[in-house]
Design a protein around this ligand. Structure first.
Ligand code: C2E
Ligand code: CA
Ligand code: CA
Length: 409
């Protein structure tokens, strides 16, 4: 059997918890074949937890059987989250796929790090795939972002002094690969901390009434960048993310109309990607504003469709003409029957309502091929293009045209 040339075999500890003695032996053997020698096995959850107590276990993988007589896998997970465990988990079961997926979701909800799940009998290939993934993710987390936390006053200053800027991610037609639009994604160019992603400051902005000024800046830049692209012969739509919180006052519409007029951009070329806000106060006002915007030919897109933040009620009430399927249902849907089902259902639903569909989070070639023949209209994701500065779009477009020739589906 082939040995992995590099990896963390020597430094990784593996703990197997399974009541079946044969499985324990088999797995230990499979692991030692690929160079993992630091393997301990337990046929009972409590004994494993006792062993783990008081140890530093960050380079540890626990391979856990879900079906055990004394303490079952779910109880083990619950106990594990009460410890300081920071290693990774692999779940093993002979149960059907949906049950294992639920266990995986449960573990994630405990903030446990789950590499994935294995079906019994465990295939060597599958096991190795996950162990390799561990190395890759470790590397990523070493170079990953630091946790940032900012004061509202500092964010306010950043907005006022122009430290925010727009990046743009391409949206392409699945049929032809043609670039038809971009989505504006805000970034904070922090003088000391570098480029800060919106997840680190959007909530803060909402809680401190700074989200309106962010929306205004993002919208204005998006429209002026659109104008520059048009002058360069690139005729595309531009999408801006709007939290429902932005629609708590009527000022937003008048601001938007003024900006559209000043830029000369057609309302048809603007898309508002709407996400629900935790802080939404007045649903009637939101409905009123969005309907009004649609009457003025601005496009409305329901963002993160399928997640808790975006419901059927909204689809019923708000005149959306685009639906963005959340990346949670796109990425890896090719080898997950549940995701596949939800994805197909969303496309069908949109078709029934006469709404355009966008698949977001198309991250690799497998995701891209999955969309072939799916009936989805547009695709967006790292595989096609990462968010970039306005000036980089033209260069990307040329490169994409060449790449599309090779990957055309
Ligand atoms: P979103 O609207 O769902 O935007 C897509 C996010 O997914 C972006 O993250 C984008 O960089 C990321 N993404 C794109 N392709 C891929 C992929 O293939 N794989 C993966 N894993 N991720 C991908 P970003 O820029 O960090 O934005 C995060 C969220 O912040 C956005 O999610 C949006 O809800 C919010 N946001 C961004 N800009 C604004 C803004 O101007 N105003 C408001 N209110 N929210 C914004
Ligand atoms: Ca969006
Ligand atoms: Ca999303």
């Amino acid at each position: 059997m082939e040995h992995q040339s590099e990896g963390s075999q020597a430094t990784t500890k593996i703990i197997i918890v399974d009541d079946d003695q044969f499985q324990l032996k088999l797995l230990s053997h499979q692991l030692s074949m690929v160079g993992y020698k630091n393997v301990v096995a337990f046929d009972d959850g409590q004994t494993a937890l006792d062993h783990m107590a008081g140890q530093v276990l960050d380079s540890t993988i626990v391979i856990l059987d879900l079906n055990m007589p004394n303490m079952d896998g779910l109880e083990f997970l619950q106990k594990l989250q009460e410890t300081e465990f920071t290693g990774a988990l692999l779940l093993v079961s002979g149960e059907d796929e949906r049950v294992v997926q639920s266990a995986e979701a449960l573990a994630s909800s405990y903030n446990l790090w789950v590499l994935g799940h294995l079906n019994k009998p465990v295939q060597q290939e599958q096991l190795q795939k996950y162990l390799k993934q561990l190395d890759a993710q470790k590397e990523k987390s070493l170079v990953g972002e630091k946790e940032h936390s900012y004061e509202a006053a500092r964010l306010k200053q950043a907005i006022e002094s122009g430290e925010l800027s727009n990046f743009y991610q391409p949206k392409v037609l699945l049929d032809t690969g043609e670039l038809v639009g971009v989505e504006a994604l805000v970034r904070w160019e922090h003088p000391e901390d570098g480029l800060i992603l919106p997840d680190h400051f959007i909530d803060l902005a909402e809680e401190n009434e700074l989200i309106d000024s962010i929306a205004q800046q993002v919208l204005s830049s998006a429209l002026s960048d659109s104008k520059l692209w048009k002058e360069a012969g690139i005729n595309i739509t531009v999408a801006v993310n709007i939290s429902m919180y932005n629609l708590n006052t009527r000022d937003f519409i008048s601001y938007l109309e003024k900006e559209l007029l000043a830029s000369g951009i057609n309302p048809q070329d603007l898309i508002l990607e709407v996400t629900e806000s935790k802080l939404m106060k007045d649903y009637s006002l939101v409905l009123d504003m969005l309907t009004r915007l649609r009457l003025r030919r601005v496009n409305l897109s329901i963002d993160d469709f399928g997640t808790g933040h975006s419901s059927m009620t909204q689809l019923r009430d708000i005149p959306f003409n685009e639906l963005k399927i959340d990346r949670g249902f796109v990425h890896s849907a090719c080898d997950n029957a549940t995701l596949h089902g939800i994805f197909d259902g969303s496309i069908q639903l949109a078709k029934n309502l006469g709404i355009k569909t966008v698949a977001e989070g198309v991250e690799n070639e497998a995701d891209w091929s999955f969309l072939d023949g799916s009936g989805c209209d547009l695709a967006q994701g790292f595989f096609i293009g990462k968010p970039m500065r306005a000036l980089e779009l033209r260069e990307w477009k040329t490169q994409w045209a060449e790449r599309y020739e090779q990957i055309a589906i």
